[in-house]
Ligand binder design. Structure first.
Ligand code: FEO
Length: 174
């Protein structure tokens, strides 16, 4: 069964959305690199790589379904932030936007009765739930820490351990 043109277009758009998210996380990592918070910088860089892997998953899916991949330009991401809390708040907003995009995609897949595409999109919906949770958890703890440098450095160390931990970052495949 070939992909419906509408679904193929939206899956192509999602490559762009994921690459934009990756670029945005890289800008967040770059912002943290200008601060003492190297752990948060690593966390954001790891997240950037994860978003690239997501884009590649959509790319490969289109290829596997015999659809044409059309890449579009990626917009300039936000570079300036007020605080670590501000960065994570932006990250959460971004993840919620991506979840809404995947939800819309799932609805279209359902409408055109493409169950194989639904399967792929379910994986992404679960992934989004996990990503929203990890960002929300860190944001809540950052809000508790407020401006206290000692508490912020504890969270920074914790965030830094993530950038080397998940196996998905080691080989670029999930
Ligand atoms: Fe792939 Fe977190 O969006």
């Amino acid at each position: 069964m070939s992909l419906s043109p509408k679904l193929a277009k939206l899956l192509n758009d999602q490559i762009n959305n994921e690459m934009a998210a990756s670029y945005s996380y890289l800008a967040m990592a770059a912002w943290f690199e200008q601060t003492p918070y190297v752990g948060f910088a690593g966390w954001m860089a790891a997240q950037s790589r994860e978003e690239t892997v997501h884009a590649l998953k959509f790319y490969q899916y289109l290829v596997d379904r015999g659809a044409k991949v059309v890449l579009e330009p990626i917009g300039k991401p936000q570079h300036d932030f007020k605080s670590p809390q501000d960065v994570f708040a932006c990250s959460l907003k971004q993840e919620e936007a991506v979840t809404a995009q995947i939800n819309d995609l799932y609805e279209v897949a359902e409408k055109v009765r493409d169950h194989a595409a639904k399967n792929l999109l379910l994986w992404f919906l679960n992934e989004q739930m996990e990503e929203e949770k990890s960002v929300r958890d860190m944001l809540e703890r950052l809000q508790l820490a407020g401006d206290d440098p000692a508490s912020l450095l504890v969270l920074d160390r914790e965030a830094g351990s993530r950038s080397t931990a998940p196996s998905s970052f080691k080989n670029g495949v999930k």
